[in-house]
Design a protein around this ligand. Structure first.
Ligand code: ZN
Length: 651
């Protein structure tokens, strides 16, 4: 819902700030209001006078760096540029994008500063000391209408300049140069289909003008609270199938995240969904996250075909363009809610946030005169704009397992935790499963989800797989690391409860997990991968550990059969045999000391009691496990790898 923005300026907090610090303060206030900007949108600037190395005064424009986030920006997030050089650029008749960006970088007074915003020249053009720019939902809803400009003028008053849409950069700055009359002091500048600029002699004035104008726009809108409804249940395999199709279209594994709530339900069940959502994004700034149009329904191939046609139709507009993958990023369907696709978990969340606001803008605009977005050629120009493509390229090549989903049992501690960390470090989104609530805190960020579940409860395992499908779209990699080591005792004194418990956790739970996970693993875009964490005790059992050795051996046979049965589905199943990993919950310092003493060794000697004389840490086991899931082992299944420092009984 679009609401009136809150004025969050606090004179006490802003007291005594220098002009740049006050601009940082105002920038953060704007950045923290999702009704104003989302995920890197918007930009701000402040003009100051500084002293150059030779003592001469120079005018400096501090403008937000490209791609930075206003919500968390620091002074170092601004590029300090020589204003005289920027204003010289504005006297030119033509300047292409790459030449402009080069000139902007060369105007910097700090070689380590970020690349300046593509909207820098507009900031330089405006004579006002502070300039704040947002993509406020309320203005987009009011302006994205057949008579949007008139509505904005009527709502915001005559002292607000209104510019038609132009691609940000040199052309937009030149267009605005014609509108801004020297000496006049407008309250703000609205760029149609794009956003709002406000100005002021100081950050407070510019911020208050921003809030005031957005409030006037919001007052024109009517919104209704959606009714509370229960979202439908979606089978995990249905999500995994869609993810596989989207990944095939993208040419690489993609995450797929499901979002469903009252707001989304109200939108996806609109009878005119295909019509209104088919008109385009709320602002072209969103197009790189959302693509020009969402997929309505589930025909991924049909969307890809249409997208290729759209690219072909506009190819002449962007010579030398790098074609983007023909895969949708937003999928809307009454039976699913909203699904968002992306290589990184953070991308699926950013895209979902952006499209939620698109829903609000479309809904509010439809309640007025009717939603209208920018035309397809203009959208194409933004999507295939060299500066935007460069911004994407700067994010770098994603890591090897990016776009893939891993589930690790026993993830709260020891080897399971190390496996979760290693897979996450290689780019996989990870579902950690453990009976301990500590599983929730194994990793920060959107690429990890901890699920508290007892692996001996098949319903709880199914629940964890459902969380994986809803959050990330399916399952590519599964690591069965949960296990227990019962008390040591000879078979003659076998404790039946210990035996049953070892079998339940080390064998039965693995069998249940394999059975439940197979349908999802079979739909993994690059083929599923499974690693069973077994034990040196399988190839080289020790006395007094019958329940452990027997239960792990049974699990190994299960994994070997799975390797045979699942090879045709492209699923690789491999087994890791760690030994003497002492940095796990199984080993206390007292137990370690007692064991070392029994062998007549120091603890350090005991830890390295193997052929290589090396310490086997859980991190080493995690790294090996993650590597088994990479392409280095693409032709390997059913194999058993020791990670024990070398053991003459195993070799
Ligand atoms: Zn903008």
């Amino acid at each position: 819902m679009i609401t009136e923005p809150a004025d969050r300026w606090d004179d006490a907090e802003a007291d005594g700030l220098d002009p740049l610090a006050a601009c940082v303060y105002a920038s953060r206030l704007i950045g923290r209001d999702p009704g104003l900007v989302l995920h890197g949108g918007g930009n701000t600037s402040v003009k100051t006078r500084e002293i150059d190395l030779d003592g001469t005064p120079i005018d400096v424009l501090h403008v937000k760096g490209s791609g930075g986030d206003l919500a968390t920006i620091e002074p170092a997030g601004f590029a300090p540029l020589r204003l005289d050089l920027l204003r010289m650029l504005l006297t030119l008749d033509r300047l292409d994008d790459d030449a402009m960006m080069n000139a902007l970088r060369c105007a910097s007074l700090d070689a380590s500063a970020p690349d300046p915003s593509v909207e820098t020249l507009l900031h330089a053009l405006l004579p006002h000391p502070v300039v704040l720019h947002s993509h406020a939902d309320a203005l987009l809803a009011l302006g994205n209408q057949p008579d949007g400009a008139e509505r904005i003028r009527a709502a915001l008053g005559p002292d607000v300049l209104i510019a038609p849409y132009a691609k940000p950069g040199f052309d937009l700055a030149k267009l605005c140069a014609k509108l801004v009359t020297p000496g006049a002091y407008p309250r703000g500048l609205v760029l149609m289909h794009h956003g709002l600029f406000t100005f002021g002699p100081d950050a407070r004035t510019a911020y208050r003008a921003h809030i005031a104008l957005v409030t006037l726009a919001a007052a024109q809108l009517t919104t209704v609270t959606p009714e509370a409804v229960t979202p439908p249940v979606v089978a995990p395999a249905a999500l995994a199938r869609l993810r596989r199709e989207i990944s095939a279209a993208a040419g690489r594994p993609m995450l797929l995240s499901r979002h469903d709530d009252d707001r989304i339900r109200a939108f996806v069940t609109r009878p005119d969904l295909a019509d209104v959502a088919g008109r385009g994004p709320a602002t072209p700034d969103h197009v790189l996250r959302t693509r020009p149009l969402p997929l309505i329904g589930t025909d991924v191939a049909g969307w890809s075909e249409a997208y290729r046609g759209y690219v072909d139709a506009h190819r002449d507009r962007a010579a030398g363009l790098t074609p983007l993958d023909p895969a949708p990023r937003v999928l809307l369907a009454p039976e699913l809610g909203m699904l968002t696709a992306g290589v990184r978990a953070a991308d699926t969340i950013a895209t979902a946030d952006i499209y939620r606001h698109t829903m609000d803008v479309i809904d509010a605009a439809e309640r007025l005169g009717g939603y209208r977005a920018l035309s397809a050629p203009d959208l194409f120009d933004v999507e295939y704009w060299s500066l935007e493509q460069a911004k994407q390229r700067r994010r770098g090549t994603p890591p090897e397992l990016a776009g893939e989903v891993a589930l690790v049992t026993g993830a709260a501690s020891g080897i399971g935790r190390a496996c979760a960390l290693a897979l996450h470090a290689r780019g996989a989104a990870v579902i950690g499963v453990d009976v301990s609530p500590a599983v929730a805190q194994v990793l920060p960020g959107p690429g990890y989800r901890g699920v508290v579940a007892d692996v001996t409860d098949p319903d709880a395992l199914a629940g964890a797989l459902t969380v994986g499908a809803e959050t990330f779209g399916g399952l590519d990699i599964m690591v069965a690391a949960a296990g227990i080591f019962p008390r040591s005792r000879p078979i003659a004194q076998l404790d039946r409860a210990d035996w049953r418990r070892a079998m339940a956790v080390n064998t039965d739970a693995v069998a249940d997990l394999f059975a439940l996970a197979h349908p999802l693993l079979a739909l993994a875009p690059r083929g599923g991968r499974v690693v069973l964490i077994a034990s040196k005790n399988v190839p080289a059992p020790g006395p007094q550990a019958a329940p452990y050795s027997a239960s792990k051996a049974a699990a190994v046979q299960l994994a070997r059969v799975a390797a045979m049965e699942w090879a045709a589905d492209g699923i690789r199943v491999n087994i890791v045999h760690p030994d003497a990993v002492f940095d796990t919950g199984l080993w206390t310092p007292e137990l370690l000391a007692a064991r070392a003493e029994r062998y007549g060794m120091t603890v350090e000697q005991y830890k390295r009691r193997n052929l290589l004389g090396t310490e086997v840490t859980s991190a080493r086991v995690g790294a090996l496990t993650a590597t088994l899931c990479t392409d280095a082992f693409a032709a390997t299944t059913g194999t058993q790898v020791s990670v024990d420092g070398g053991n003459d009984r195993v070799i």
